[in-house]
Write a protein that binds this ligand. Structure first.
Ligand code: ADP
Length: 666
C-alpha cells in the first residue's frame, strides 16, 4: 500500500512493521547461511594448513633422518678406515705395542662412543686392549658359536665386519672387526666396541635432538638406544631408516616432537572454532529472540488491528489529550463529528477549533477542570461547533490516560453527539405538553354539560334578577334600596358566572409549564369547585380535609389542578354505580416531614391487583370511552414536580391515590 495514502499514523506504523518483519526474516536466514559457510571454510582452511604443515614436517623429517643416517654411516666408516690404517701400520712396524697404544689412546679419546679397542692375535686372543684387554661378551665364549670368533672368522676374509647388537655392561653395543694382514698373511684382528647410546649422544647434534626423538631399534622393533628430550612428547610423525653399517636389521627411527608452534596453532584453531561456534550459537539465540519478537509484534499487530477496527466501528468519538491539553489522538467518529481532519487537530492546543465561540468561556473552564482532574464523573454536556460552523450538543466523559509504565500521560475523552437525543427529548416534551393540554380539553369536554348546567344557574339567577328589576321599574313601585339589593345580587351571580368562565379559561389555556409559588389548599379548592357540579350530578359528596393548612410550594398550578381533577373524576366515576350512601370522595391534605401529601380517597370497587400494575401505563383504560392517558399524564406531572404518585387499596373499600410533593424545592 502506498504509505502516503494512509490516513492515520498507526497505519503507516503497521505497514513499516510488516516490512521490517519480512526484512528481518530474510536477513536472519542470510546471516545464518553466511555464518555456517564461514564456519565450514574456517575448518577447511585449518585442515588444509594442518595437512600442509604435516607434509612439510614429513619432508623435513625425511631429509633430516637421511642426513643423520648418512652422517652416522660416514662416522662409523671413518672409524673403520682409521682401524684399517692402524691394521696396516701394525703389520708394517716393529714396535707394534707402542703404536697400538698411541693410536688406540688417540682414537678412544676422540671418539667416546668407542668404548674399547682390542688387538687380537691369529688365535683371537687379546694381545693388547684399551682400556682393558678383556674380550667383550665375556661368558659367551662357552657358547657353541662364539660371536667374536665367528666375526673374526668373517673378518679374516679381508673386510671390516660388524657384529649384531647386544646388551653389554654399558647398554646396547656392537663391535667392528678389522683384519691385520702382513704380506698376505692374516696376523690378527683389531676389534672396536661401540656403545650405541654413546654413539647417539655424540653424533646426534643438539638441534636435531631438540626437534626429534632418535632411537635405534633392532629387527624386532625393541629399542636398543635412544636420545630424547625428557619434557617433550613425540607425535605419530616418524621415519625409520636402516642403519647399515652396522646392519643386522638395526633401524634408526626418528620421531618428530610436537612443536611449540604446533601447540599454539592448535590452540588458535580451537579458539577460532570455539568463537565461530559461539557466534553461531549466539545467532541461534538471537534467532529465538527475533522469532519471539516477531511473534510478539504479530500479536501486537493483531491486537492493534482489532483495536483499530473497534475504534473505527465506534460511533462514540474518542479524543486523547496530553497533560498540557494538546490533542494527541482523535478517532474517525470524532473527526466525522466535528468535520476536521486528523492533521488539523493532532497537536492543537486550546482553544480548539471545534469550540463554539458563544460557549468559549464555559468550555475553557470545563477544559481546565478536566486537566486538574476534576472532571465530573457523570460526564458533562457542552455545545460544540463543526468545521462548517453548525453546532451540536455533545456529552463528554473524561478518564485519565495511563501509559504502559502506569503513569498518567493525559486524558481520554469519549464524546457522544446528543443533538438528536436532545431534539427527540424536546419533541417528546412538546408532545407531552400537547397531550396534557388535549387531556385537559377532553376533561373539559366531559365536564361541559355540568359546567353548562353550573353556568346556567347564575345566568338564570341574573335573568330573574334582571326581570325583577325591570318589572319593578315598569310598575313604578320600587325603592332605590330594593333595586340596589337586586342589582347587587345580580352582580354576585355575574361574578360567580365569571369565575366559572375564568376557571375554564385558565384550565384550557395552552401554556408551557410555569413554576410559581402556589398554595396547595387553593389548588385543591379550585379543583373541587370545578368538579363539584359533576359530582353532585352523580350523587357523590366531596369531603375536603385541609384543616386550615396553607402550604406554599413552587409548582404549576394548572398542572396540579389537572392531576387532582383527573383523580377526583376517576374516583367519582368509580363510585357512580355503587350504593348511594357510600358515594363519598375525600380529598385530604397532610404534611410528612418535608413533603406535602394529598390523598384522594374513594369508596368504589377498588382496583384489582392485575390492573394496578398497568394503571399508570399510557392508553390503559377499562372504560368504554376512556382514553387511558389520565393517570400516565398525572404521574409525569407529579414527577416533573419531583414528587411521587401511587395508589393503595382503601381498607374501607375503594382506593386511595397518594401524591407527595417536596416543600423545600425552589
Ligand atoms: P381513563 O380514565 O381514561 O380510563 P385513566 O388513566 O385516568 O384513564 O385511568 C385508567 C384506568 O384506571 C381506568 O380506566 C380505571 O379502570 C382505573 N381507575 C382509575 N382510577 C380508579 C379508581 N379510583 N377506582 C377504580 N379504578 C380506577
Amino acid at each position: 500500500m502506498n504509505e502516503a495514502s494512509l490516513p492515520y499514523p498507526g497505519d503507516r506504523r503497521r505497514a513499516a512493521a510488516l516490512k521490517w518483519s519480512r526484512w528481518s526474516t530474510w536477513y536472519l536466514s542470510l546471516l545464518k547461511v553466511a555464518v555456517g559457510l564461514l564456519l565450514v571454510l574456517l575448518i577447511a582452511l585449518l585442515w588444509l594448513l594442518q595437512r600442509n604443515e604435516i607434509d612439510e614436517q614429513r619432508s623435513t623429517l625425511i631429509a633430516d633422518v637421511l642426513w643423520l643416517e648418512q652422517s652416522l654411516r660416514f662416522h662409523i666408516e671413518g672409524h673403520a678406515d682409521q682401524l684399517q690404517q692402524l691394521a696396516l701400520d701394525l703389520a708394517r712396524t716393529k714396535s707394534q705395542h707402542e703404536l697400538f697404544d698411541l693410536r688406540a689412546r688417540h682414537i678412544l679419546k676422540n671418539n667416546p662412543e668407542i668404548r674399547q679397542l682390542l688387538w687380537l692375535d691369529e688365535a683371537s686372543r687379546a694381545v693388547y686392549g684399551m682400556p682393558t684387554p678383556s674380550l667383550p661378551r665375556v661368558g659367551q665364549e662357552a657358547l657353541a658359536e662364539n660371536p667374536v670368533k665367528r666375526s673374526v672368522e668373517l673378518a679374516r676374509l679381508g673386510k671390516p665386519i660388524y657384529s649384531d647388537a647386544y646388551q653389554g655392561s654399558d647398554g646396547a653395543q656392537f663391535e667392528v672387526y678389522v683384519p691385520i694382514f702382513n704380506a698376505g698373511h692374516y696376523r690378527g684382528t683389531l676389534l672396536a666396541v661401540y656403545s650405541l647410546t654413546a654413539l647417539l649422544t655424540q653424533q646426534v647434534p643438539w638441534w636435531f635432538a631438540e626437534k626429534y626423538q632418535v632411537r635405534i631399534v633392532d629387527g624386532n622393533g625393541s629399542p636398543l638406544a635412544s636420545k630424547s628430550r625428557v619434557d617433550a612428547s613425540p607425535t605419530t610423525l616418524s621415519y625409520p631408516v636402516t642403519l647399515d653399517p652396522p646392519g643386522y636389521g638395526m633401524v634408526l627411527q626418528v620421531t618428530a616432537y610436537r612443536g611449540a608452534g604446533n601447540v599454539a596453532q592448535t590452540l588458535i584453531a580451537t579458539l577460532i572454532i570455539i568463537l565461530a561456534a559461539a557466534v553461531f550459537w549466539s545467532l541461534w539465540a538471537v534467532r529465538g529472540l527475533i522469532k519471539r519478537r516477531l511473534a510478539a509484534e504479530q500479536a501486537l499487530r493483531s491486537e492493534y488491528a482489532f483495536r483499530k477496527a473497534m475504534e473505527d466501528s465506534l460511533w462514540v468519538g474518542m479524543r486523547a489529550r496530553d497533560l498540557d491539553g494538546r490533542v494527541t489522538y482523535a478517532n474517525p467518529a470524532f473527526l466525522q463529528m466535528v468535520g476536521f481532519s486528523a492533521a488539523e487537530l493532532i497537536g492543537r492546543e486550546p482553544p480548539m477549533p471545534y469550540w463554539a465561540p458563544e460557549e468559549m468561556e464555559r468550555t475553557l473552564l470545563l477544559h481546565n477542570k478536566v486537566l486538574e482532574g476534576n472532571a465530573p464523573l457523570e460526564g458533562f454536556e457542552i455545545r460544540l461547533m463543526r468545521k462548517d460552523g453548525s453546532r451540536f450538543d455533545a456529552l463528554i466523559y473524561e478518564a485519565p490516560l495511563i501509559d504502559a509504565d502506569g503513569t498518567q500521560s493525559g486524558w481520554m475523552g469519549s464524546i457522544i453527539d446528543v443533538t438528536a437525543r436532545k431534539e427527540a427529548e424536546e419533541v417528546a416534551r412538546q408532545q407531552q405538553e400537547k397531550l396534557q393540554v388535549t387531556a385537559r380539553l377532553v376533561t373539559m369536554g366531559e365536564m361541559a354539560s355540568t359546567l353548562a348546567h353550573e353556568l346556567n344557574q347564575p345566568l338564570a339567577a341574573i335573568t330573574s334578577y334582571n326581570a325583577g328589576c325591570l318589572n319593578k321599574l315598569a310598575s313604578g313601585n320600587y325603592s332605590a334600596a330594593q333595586l340596589t339589593e337586586a342589582l347587587e345580587k345580580l352582580a354576585v351571580q355575574a361574578q360567580r358566572a365569571g369565575r366559572i368562565i375564568r376557571r375554564v379559561h385558565d384550565f384550557v389555556r395552552k401554556s408551557e409549564p410555569r413554576l410559581a409559588p402556589c398554595d396547595l389548599a387553593e389548588v385543591i379548592d379550585d379543583s373541587i369547585g370545578f368538579i363539584e357540579g359533576a359530582a353532585k350530578s352523580r350523587g357523590v359528596r366531596i369531603v375536603r380535609e385541609i384543616q386550615g393548612m396553607r402550604p406554599q410550594l413552587m409548582a404549576d398550578q394548572v398542572m396540579l389542578q389537572q392531576v387532582l381533577l383527573n383523580l377526583m373524576r376517576n374516583g367519582i366515576e368509580a363510585m357512580s354505580d355503587g350504593p348511594a350512601d357510600r358515594r363519598r370522595l375525600t380529598v385530604k391534605l397532610g404534611q410528612l416531614d418535608n413533603q406535602m401529601e394529598i390523598r384522594v380517597v374513594d369508596r368504589g370497587p377498588g382496583i384489582p391487583a392485575e390492573i394496578e400494575e398497568k394503571l399508570f401505563t399510557p392508553l390503559f383504560s377499562t372504560k368504554a370511552d376512556g382514553m387511558g392517558m389520565g393517570l400516565s399524564i398525572c404521574r409525569s406531572i407529579i414527577e416533573f414536580h419531583h414528587g411521587r404518585l401511587w395508589v393503595e387499596a382503601n381498607r374501607d373499600g375503594g382506593s386511595i391515590f397518594f401524591i407527595t410533593l417536596p416543600i423545600d424545592r425552589q
